[in-house]
Design a protein. Structure first.
Length: 125
């Protein structure tokens, strides 16, 4: 059964120009985002570099510098993965030059960006 990621999102899928997004530890990660991309590997929030808070990203540390499809950076101090797309892929509509973070590790002031999976109902028969 496919996961209904769009139904679990607590942020607009088509983006927001100024919504503040935080790590679960409370670090301000971004002001605004482009959209949420849902591909074969789940949802990712798409950012322009100008959305990301400069002090929240360790731009000097590239965890995966030579990967063909992306560069992988980390947030400070939470060590959240931030993907910088270098090439297109066939499993999602990622845009070259943009940045991606899973909404599972992001929150707004009102709560998590991605809600919990629905609990499976147990059958008594």
């Amino acid at each position: 059964m496919a996961t209904d990621y769009a139904g679990r999102l607590n942020i607009p899928i088509h983006g927001h120009p100024a919504l503040e997004l935080y790590s679960k530890a409370g670090t301000l990660m971004a002001r605004g985002y482009c959209r949420v991309v849902i591909g074969d590997r789940g949802p990712y929030v798409e950012f322009e570099r100008s959305h990301l808070i400069p002090d929240a990203v360790d731009w000097d540390f590239c965890a995966v510098p030579n990967h063909w499809y992306y560069r992988e950076y980390r947030s400070v101090p939470d060590f959240i993965k931030i993907y910088h797309q270098r090439e297109t892929v066939d499993y999602a509509d990622y845009k070259i030059g943009l940045y991606y973070i899973t909404p599972a590790v992001l929150c707004t002031k009102d709560g998590p960006c991605l809600g919990e999976r629905p609990k499976k109902q147990l059958s008594l028969f």
